[in-house]
Every structure is written in structure tokens, then in C-alpha cells.
Design a protein around this ligand. Structure first.
Ligand SMILES: [Zn+2]
Length: 267
């Protein structure tokens, strides 16, 4: 510490010592106050965020009793509300480790979703659903063949799901592929299954190419309608369940730009 008082007379030395002492006390006071405030802020923030996470994260999974009380329309409503949460960045906080443990003993999913392969459509996420909530079938172009129909029959008739949702999406590569008549290995026969959607869209007034987003959207939405038509046509099991009101079948179109689900009219 520099003793500036050594250059002054005794009176000034005494005065300067008093000023220095006061300044030191004030410095120590402000230092301690500052440390206390910042440590309180860090502590509070840490406790709040950790505490919230630990306390509010969903650990439970859907039970048989809870699912039994749900109607297909209520499940659809839950999906709509879940998409609203996802779209607005308010998705449910889930404790995945706990849900893994809690779902290991059994599953009671309320719905089966058929989606495209696209990496930008994370199915459970876009509905804000968790482990054990949804059966998911995925194939490029979200069409059905007997394997997917068999999977849906298992999901609904044997495992108790009450809603089938077929979900197409914006900017779908498979839809663009069928419009462009892409030929490549096994992809050729896959894309052939989407051709009815192109036929259903032949009255489109405009440029019918994969560069026209409005046309690609129409073909993608008609492809969802065609898939639903095929579910009813090729699965007497699911058709009967639908006729009895045990399940409902809906179509939706997911927009990559907004994360929004548009539910399609039935045909
Ligand atoms: Zn796609």
C-alpha cells in the first residue's frame, strides 16, 4: 500500500489517514455488498431454473385408465393444443429418464401417426407428445402398404389407439420426386405409389412442376387424402372400427416454415 501521507506534515498525515481509513471501509462495504448481490443472483437463478426443471418435468406416462377415458375427438384436440405449444416454443418439459423407466412396463398410446421420412418433421415433437403417447409409422411420402396397414391394425385393434392421423408436409421431397418422375433403384416403385395424388391434382390451374410450391402443396395434401382413402379401402379392420366410432381417421399438413399443422377436410 502506498503511504501518501509520508510526503505531508503531521496534521495532513492525520487527516489523510482518516480519509484513507474511511475510503477503505467504504470500499470494503461496497465490495461485500456487491459480492453478496451477485452471489445471490447466481444462487437464485440456479435454484429457480434447477428447481423448476426438477419440479415441473413430466415423469408420468399415459396409463390404460387415462386412455380409456379419452375419445378420438379429445385426442385430436390434445394434438391441436400440443402443436400450438410446439409452434410457440412452449413445449412440455419432460423428464425422459423417468419416462423411460415408467413406460418400460407397458404402453397405452392414444394414437397412431403416419408421417413422411423427412428429418424436419419430428412427429412427437410437433404434437408435444412424449414417450408412450403415440405409435409412429414413417415412410417417404406417407402412403400405406400392407405392412403399414398391418402396423395400424395392431396399433388400433390390439393395442388400443383411437386416432389415426396421416400427416403430409410442406416442401416434401417425395412429392417433388413423383412430380419430376424421378427414377432411382427402389425409389422408383415407392414414388409410383404417390402417382394417384398427381392425378387427383390434374385440374390445378398453373405451373404443374416441383418448382411451384402451390402445386407441390396440393399434391402433398391430395396424397394424404389418397392415403386415408386407401386405409378405408384396404383395411376392413380399421374401416369397421371407424364405422363403429371406435377410432377416427384424420389428415393433416405440416408447414415447415411455421411448424403449424393444418387439418385437412375429409374426402
Ligand atoms: Zn416428405
Amino acid at each position: 500500500m502506498i503511504d501518501i501521507g509520508q510526503f505531508c506534515d503531521n496534521k495532513k498525515i492525520t487527516m489523510n489517514k482518516n480519509i484513507l481509513l474511511t475510503m477503505r471501509v467504504l470500499c470494503i462495504f461496497f465490495f461485500l455488498t456487491s459480492c453478496n448481490t451477485s452471489s445471490q443472483k447466481v444462487h437464485t437463478t440456479g435454484v429457480d431454473s434447477t428447481g423448476e426443471k426438477a419440479n415441473s418435468a413430466v415423469q408420468r406416462v399415459l396409463t390404460a385408465e387415462e386412455r380409456a377415458k379419452l375419445t378420438p375427438d379429445q385426442i385430436l384436440q390434445q394434438f391441436k393444443e400440443g402443436n400450438e405449444r410446439f409452434r410457440t416454443n412452449n413445449s412440455t418439459n419432460r423428464d425422459h429418464s423417468a419416462q423411460i423407466r415408467n413406460s418400460a412396463v407397458g404402453q397405452y398410446p392414444k394414437a397412431v401417426v403416419l408421417s413422411c421420412l423427412d428429418s424436419r418433421v419430428p412427429v412427437e415433437d410437433v404434437f408435444d407428445q412424449g414417450l408412450g403417447d403415440v405409435f409412429v409409422g414413417r415412410v417417404a411420402g406417407n402412403f400405406v402398404n400392407e405392412d403399414l396397414l398391418g402396423s395400424m391394425e395392431f396399433a388400433c385393434k390390439l393395442a388400443g389407439a383411437k386416432l389415426i392421423l396421416v400427416m403430409g408436409h410442406q416442401h416434401c421431397g417425395a412429392i417433388k420426386g413423383v412430380i419430376d418422375e424421378v427414377k432411382l433403384g427402389n425409389l422408383t416403385s415407392l414414388l409410383a405409389k404417390l402417382k394417384p395424388a398427381v392425378k387427383m391434382s390434374e385440374k390445378f390451374d398453373g405451373d404443374k412442376t416441383s418448382k411451384n410450391e402451390a402445386y407441390v402443396k396440393l399434391v402433398a395434401q391430395n396424397n394424404v387424402r389418397n392415403t386415408i382413402h386407401n386405409i378405408r379401402l384396404k383395411s376392413p379392420v380399421l374401416k369397421e372400427m371407424e364405422d363403429k366410432g371406435e377410432i377416427k381417421i384424420f389428415g393433416a399438413f405440416y408447414t415447415l416454415t411455421k411448424g403449424e399443422l393444418i387439418f385437412l377436410d375429409q374426402q
